[in-house]
Design a protein around this ligand. Structure first.
Ligand code: SF4
Ligand code: SF4
Length: 246
């Protein structure tokens, strides 16, 4: 059920954001860095894809390349919670790691069908040049942040963090032991686990009134969708489906 909710969010966001001008084309990958965050739920979709495609050896090798990651100090919902409570959050001063993502091959994403929301929502209105930031409208950023909050809520209590930490951390689960066995340095799993955070429930959105109005069709498309006869809004507001133990 959680996977179906996740896919509903991906599809609804894609449809809602379609009219926003984008310069992004296949093979343009300056934005594909080692700075992507995701939930365990999204990580498990990637691991399932790796196995279905027979990419276990490639995946294990790619994860071991110069694994310098950056670790956010707060999850998106922890940050929102602090803001809603009027608590100042300090900038970690972490410059981020903007080296190319290890899942790129000839400037194309090998795991494209299962890329996490953090990759799906990223687009620029003008072609990014080296050293220049992407240009995103305020409404795109607001909607993407709200979607990330819902996805984190969906994956609450599980791993949340840099993609290059969450993926090896998940390999500690018995169903992925075969992939874990391919790592030359098995200690990378425990080191990655220690760098992850736990996803938190949604404390509320950080949206201005005018942003809420523009994003309301997106919320409506997601929340009114029914899964097994239940509206997603009711599922998210009620007791969440029990996640797999980590
Ligand atoms: S965000 Fe920038 S670098 Fe990434 S695909 Fe779009 S134009 Fe290219
Ligand atoms: S997972 Fe794919 S889309 Fe995301 S940053 Fe890496 S190469 Fe780019």
């Amino acid at each position: 059920m959680r996977d179906t909710i996740l896919l509903t969010i991906f599809d609804a966001f894609e449809e809602w954001s379609a009219p926003i001008p984008k310069a992004c084309v296949k093979g343009c990958a300056a934005c594909c860095t080692r700075h992507v965050t995701l939930t365990a739920l999204e990580g498990e979709r990637i691991l399932g894809f790796i196995r279905r495609e027979g990419l276990e050896r490639w995946f294990a090798d790619r994860l071991q390349i110069d694994r310098l990651t950056t670790t956010p100090q707060l999850t998106t919902n922890e940050y929102a919670e602090a803001c809603l409570q009027g608590i100042e959050t300090s900038d970690s001063g972490d410059p981020g790691n903007f080296e190319p993502c290890p899942f790129l091959d000839k400037n194309c994403c090998v795991i494209y069908p299962v890329r996490p929301f953090g990759c799906r929502c990223f687009a620029s209105e003008k072609v990014c040049r080296p050293g220049e930031a992407a240009i995103l409208s305020d409404i795109s950023v607001a909607a993407s942040t709200a979607m990330m909050q819902i996805i984190e809520h969906l994956g609450q209590h599980e791993y949340w963090g840099n993609m290059l930490d969450v993926l090896p951390a998940l390999c500690d689960i018995s169903s992925y032991k075969d992939i874990a066995g391919l790592f030359a340095d098995p200690s990378m799993i425990i080191k990655a686990r220690l760098r992850t955070r736990r996803a938190r429930p949604l404390p509320g959105f950080l949206l201005l009134a005018e942003e809420q109005e523009k994003i309301s069709p997106l919320f409506k498309a997601i929340f009114s969708t029914r899964i097994d006869g239940k509206r997603i809004e009711d599922i998210l507001n009620g007791r969440m489906p029990t996640p797999l133990p980590l």
